[in-house]
Design a protein around this ligand. Structure first.
Ligand code: FES
Length: 124
């Protein structure tokens, strides 16, 4: 079963949508189920100044996306890159074993958005 925290983030997801003029975009698909998510970030002074997500997926995917944006907000890029799938699941008080794969989307999307930002910056 889902924890109260998972249900809370599923019912009232934080930071839904897209950051305007995003500095980095991460889009990932879950090969296990075909669900998708997109994370957009704004970077200021080497920190994540804003972050939003859009997830086309199950309740666990929405809850993990929501908590990931909360974890990453205000963090330096290296700190945000260090956020792992396991940490995301732990932060929610755990996920049912058959839903652990759902936590992949959020952490991977966040990492991709940071890589996207860094690759764009390199090219300027
Ligand atoms: Fe697809 Fe959860 S079943 S992300």
């Amino acid at each position: 079963m889902y924890t109260d925290k998972v249900m809370d983030h599923f019912r009232k997801p934080r930071n839904v949508g897209e950051v305007e003029n995003a500095d980095g975009v991460g889009e990932v698909g879950n090969p296990t189920c075909g669900d998708m998510m997109k994370i957009t970030i704004k970077v200021e002074g080497g920190r994540i100044a804003d972050i939003k997500f859009k997830t086309l997926g199950c309740g666990a995917a929405i809850a993990t996306s929501s908590i990931t944006t909360e974890l990453a907000m205000g963090k330096t890029l290296d700190e945000a890159l260090a956020i792992t799938r396991d940490q995301v699941a732990k932060e929610l008080g755990g996920l049912p074993a058959n839903k652990m794969h759902c936590s992949n989307l959020a952490a991977d999307g966040l990492h991709k958005a940071i890589e996207d930002y860094r690759s764009k910056k390199k090219g300027t």
